[in-house]
Design a protein around this ligand. Structure first.
Ligand code: CDP
Ligand code: MG
Length: 136
């Protein structure tokens, strides 16, 4: 039995700023993802800190939260079979330099911090992240 899964995707400020959101959404569609819900928003630093709380002890945490709250982002619920893993594969490695050909981060990522997209890393975290942005 196959089942549709949901994951949370974010088009980060560096990509929205370069007007890449339409092109990135097209890549999701081409790769069989359905964009179930989406919204363009700007979050506060406090919200970014909550979203990335898992990284609070990391040296890059403060800059990361400044960055995610620095401009508009597009948050989406993506649906597909095995959506969490499929999206991680399509995104590519965290550092665009290490990302494989054909991945979103390889194509659009600028640097390890400005890597254009976020994707949930597990089904459990996908539920938490979807609830964070789409609880209404
Ligand atoms: O986003 P992903 O799950 O691939 O990576 P992560 O390890 O969960 O890190 C979250 C985000 O922190 C990354 O996407 C980067 O934007 C940022 N980061 C950074 O700025 N410097 C690092 N050394 C590692 C991550
Ligand atoms: Mg992560």
């Amino acid at each position: 039995m196959s089942s549709t899964e949901q994951t949370l995707s974010i088009i980060k400020p560096d990509a929205v700023e370069r007007n890449l959101d339409r092109e990135i959404k097209e890549i999701f569609n081409t790769n069989g993802f359905k964009i179930f819900k989406e919204k363009k928003i700007q979050i506060t630093k406090a919200e970014a800190e909550q979203f990335y709380k898992v990284h609070e002890t990391k040296p890059f945490y403060n800059d990361l939260c400044d960055y995610l709250s620095s401009g508009p982002i597009v948050v989406m619920i993506l649906e597909k079979e095995n959506a969490v893993l499929a999206n991680r594969e399509l995104m590519g490695a965290t550092n665009p330099k290490d990302a494989k050909e054909g991945t979103i981060r390889k194509k659009f990522g600028i640097s390890i911090d400005k890597n254009s997209v976020h994707g949930s890393d597990s089904v459990e975290n996908a539920k938490i992240e979807i609830n964070f942005f789409f609880k209404d």
